[in-house]
Design a protein around this ligand. Sequence first.
Ligand code: PGA
Length: 249
Amino acid sequence: MRKPVIAGNWKMYKTAAETQSFLKTFAPLVAGVNKAEVVVCPPFVNLPAAVESARGTNIEIGAQDVYWLKEGAYTGEVSAPMLSAIDCRWVIVGHSERRQYFGETDETVLKKTIAALDAGLTPIVCVGERLEQREGGTTTAVLSAQFSGGLAALAPEQFARLVIAYEPVWAIGTGKTATPEIAAEAHAFIRDQIRGKFGADIAESCRILYGGSVKPDNIKALMAQPELDGALVGGASLDPASFASIVHY
Ligand code: PGA
């Protein structure tokens, strides 16, 4: 049985005070939820405040990016051991916005994933096709290239500890959710790739989240697909009531 994960990607939203106030309202709304792991990923600067506010609750805190080296002269970067030292437990790696605006490649995604795993963090590794790729019929080629160019280089015991997020880029922040069937088809394709490389057991236990315009009113239909093991939620995770209703799917 794969335990679902519902993770909120706050992107570049909220101050530390707003983070604390969100968690104060949100924690009681999701207290006692056991069917899914609940993760909130605020901007770096708010991580300590988030970890403090989430202490003693069923909410875990994640970062939105990480650098692959432990320390050094890399102005502006944050390392995986620095994240685990403050009890941050998760990290999003390779989000399409990082790929699009900040030069992230399958190769840097792999390095960051390894660094996160080495520090005991759970990486949420994002993959997904852009609109022109879907329309050009190359979705599976893109997904397969992202897998073989990056994650396939991991050792099986490393791969077994990560979570994948399938996020079709055309569905992110656009209000256009993939239909549950389109999402499930992509998830099944990704799971097939995993099976081919790492075997049936690892493929069956790997959690694949869906991301892209997930909202309180579409989460139920998405989660009704057995291939979907949770969600990575952007916009709809910024409001406590909205995110709580997604967590309760
Ligand atoms: P969205 O973002 O839910 O606002 O579409 C999802 C994401 O980028 O992770």
